[in-house]
Design a binder for this molecule. Sequence first.
Ligand SMILES: C[S@@+](CC[C@H](N)C(=O)[O-])C[C@H]1O[C@@H](n2cnc3c(N)ncnc32)[C@H](O)[C@@H]1O
Length: 279
Amino acid sequence: MPKLRIMRKALSSLFSEEELKKAITSIDIIGDIAIIKIPREWENKKYEIGEALLSHLGGVKGVFRQISPASGEYKVRGIEWLAGKKDTVTIHKEHNCLFKVDISKVFFSPRLSFERLRIAKLVKKGEIVVNMFAGVGTFSILIAKSGAQKVYSIDKNPYAFELMCENIKLNKLEGIVIPILGDAKDVVKDLKGIADRVLLPFPELAIEYLPYAIECLKEQGWLHVYLHQKANNRKEAIEEAKKLLKDFNIINERVVRSVGKKLYQVVLDIEIRKNAKST
Ligand SMILES: C[S@@+](CC[C@H](N)C(=O)[O-])C[C@H]1O[C@@H](n2cnc3c(N)ncnc32)[C@H](O)[C@@H]1O
């Protein structure tokens, strides 16, 4: 049964069907932790909600409520404990990879699962890849498993870096995924002209850091640029995002996910040929 239906069923003794349909619209399961959003007016029932979900969601050992969206430099969401285990560390399984995550200290979204696999499938054996905003190493690890020769995996958040190092070991990718702690624009000064592919999975900095990403590329290479785009619908989001990078050779584009009301995450796959007249 889909997770939202299980959630609504679990809470059916506390709220009406109509209330549940309106208020229960999302759940993230990360390892053995569930993160839900509940409306403010349900505040006095939050622990009951947590307990009800704990007993209905198989494999879930802790329930947290998201109290603020992923934000700030490190894109960490605000959370509040509701039921079960209080430990915010868990191990998430995805596409035969293991990701150790601390939901209170780093960014992690299970909703990017399809996108991570999509990028990994584009990577050809032997490629050198630079991931400028790597988090706990999600994209980097999948890409390495797909046959990349080296993945330089950069993040500024020391907690994300520490977990990335652990995840590299967990997935037996030492020497292939190279974890680097620092600001991507400083780090890539030492990675000029080496990459077949560069990822910019941080919409807030993608445009600003684009010139540094291009410097990393060999004469020919690929960029994956993630943007947040305000728009009335998905089609418009793509059109507007493409306008921002209209001088580039965009070879593919897609909406990755909806990230708010009339706000979409869009990815543009770009081919760069440095010696061509216009890129
Ligand atoms: C939206 S998260 C994406 C993480 C990862 N790619 C994923 O999908 O799980 C953006 C990441 O960029 C990192 N970050 C923010 N500013 C940075 C910078 N200037 N240089 C390197 N990393 C940065 C944050 O710490 C965060 O982990």
